[in-house]
Design a protein around this ligand. Structure first.
Ligand SMILES: N[C@@H](CCC(=O)N[C@@H](CS)C(=O)NCC(=O)O)C(=O)O
Length: 251
């Protein structure tokens, strides 16, 4: 039996939730708090105390990218994992660069734009992220629609999680066109919509977009849309409609 130690707001857990939906696998989900004390025995499962953890009987996986590879291989889905050593290496490269190169720069901006932190060097952080995004974009297939080309793979699941907040960040509109294209495809994909339904709902209820820097006007527009939908939408489908409108405004 698969079990996911999850948090609805965790972008790393979202990658795994999305693949579970894609594979239509049953999985017990246990919500673990992100900020604040974890259950006493959680440290036994995850040495760093992070989310997610995926268990499959005695198998314990504590890295989201490893969970993606494991699930695709467990189900014999070479289409998702890559059909040759060269394709698997390409997919692994996209996963690694996402975690090692893009994530720290993304966090630098998400910290103040999404989570309300005070930075003081916002413009530098935005410029650093835009440079990383431009570089990462060059790794993506030019024609798409997905990260590596015509076929959907676990690299797209990873992008769905890692780049979830991208539409809400104050970035230059022309930044990362290939990545935006992948995100536009994901927004229509049922597995992504199901995997994000819960966090979308919470986001609508607790919208706290900070209007800063060059993206100020765009963010104010998004904020106005959040306000419009707040209270008028109920449940996951209402939240999805509202998020569609937000994504359309950005993508
Ligand atoms: N390399 C890990 C990173 C996991 C991670 O950073 N998880 C975040 C949530 S997305 C977390 O648990 N944050 C809570 C904390 O730092 O205590 C992975 O990809 O699974």
């Amino acid at each position: 039996m698969l079990r996911l130690y999850d948090n609805h707001a965790s972008t790393n857990a979202l990658k795994v939730r999305m693949l579970l939906e894609e594979l239509a696998l049953e999985c017990e989900r246990i919500e673990v708090v992100l900020d604040g004390p974890k259950p006493a025995d959680y440290g036994v499962l995850h040495p760093f105390g992070l989310v997610p953890v995926l268990t499959d009987g005695d198998v314990v996986l504590t890295e989201s990218n490893v969970a993606l590879r494991y699930l695709a291989e467990r189900e014999g889905r070479t289409d998702l994992r890559g059909t040759s050593p060269a394709e698997r290496a390409r997919i692994d490269g996209l996963l690694d660069s996402l975690s090692l190169e893009l994530r720290p720069a993304l966090w630098g901006v998400e910290e103040f734009a999404i989570y309300g932190g005070v930075a003081g060097d916002e413009s530098e952080r935005i410029a650093a992220l835009e440079a990383k995004l431009a570089a990462y974009d060059r790794l993506l297939d030019p024609d798409g629609p997905w990260a590596t080309g015509a076929r959907f793979t676990i690299a797209d699941c990873a992008l769905g999680g890692r780049a979830l907040h991208l539409p809400r960040l104050p970035l230059a509109p022309a930044c990362a066109p290939r990545l935006r294209r992948v995100l536009a495809g994901l927004a229509q994909r049922p597995s992504f919509r199901r995997a994000t339904a819960e966090s979308d709902r919470e986001r609508l209820e607790t919208s706290a977009v900070r209007a800063v820097g060059p993206g100020r006007v765009e963010l104010m527009r998004l904020d106005a849309l959040f306000e419009k939908h707040r209270g008028s939408t109920q449940g996951a489908s209402g939240a999805s409609e509202a998020l569609d409108e937000l994504r359309d405004a950005w993508l």
